[in-house]
Design a protein around this ligand. Structure first.
Ligand SMILES: [Zn+2]
Ligand SMILES: [Zn+2]
Length: 149
């Protein structure tokens, strides 16, 4: 993925500044859903001199290039993550804020039904509810999701 990003940025004629690489690395290493402030904190923990507005501009650019996906997971939760090749959808826990991924096959016939009956083509679904840990069906979610404090 990082090679893919490097190539795409170069092909599109952008200079691959160290700041852009830092933002990309922070997202990739965290491996989940991060808010812009969290990304800034990660970048600045290593490189205190990086300008915050540079981080925001870089995020915008990476989203524009479809290397990073921006998802609204609630009114005040704008999250960033590395774009995957496979489309995915989000389950967001109302109580603990955990975010889980589900893929097209998990939707069963929903995608086809929405397209046939409503003429609606699904890009991405975000579903709110209670995660397995919060509704008492499982041990607290150890990995995968990213709980927002
Ligand atoms: Zn939960
Ligand atoms: Zn996601």
């Amino acid at each position: 993925m990082s090679h893919h990003a490097t190539r795409t940025l170069r092909e599109l004629g952008y200079r691959l500044t160290p700041q852009r690489t830092l933002v990309w690395d922070a997202l990739r290493e965290a491996g989940g859903h991060l808010g812009a402030e969290e990304i800034c904190a990660l970048v600045q923990s290593r490189f205190p001199n990086v300008n915050i507005s540079t981080v925001y501009r870089t995020l915008e650019l990476l989203v524009e290039l479809q290397l990073v996906r921006e998802t609204l997971l609630g009114p005040d939760r704008r999250y960033y993550e590395i774009e995957e090749d496979e489309p995915h959808h989000h389950l967001v826990c109302d109580r603990c804020g955990a975010v889980q991924h589900v893929h097209d096959e998990d939707l069963g016939g929903l995608r086809a039904a929405l397209e046939q009956r409503q003429g609606f083509r699904v890009r991405e679904l975000t579903t709110f509810g209670l995660c397995a840990a919060c509704n008492g069906q499982a041990e607290p979610n150890a990995g995968g999701g990213h709980a927002h404090s």
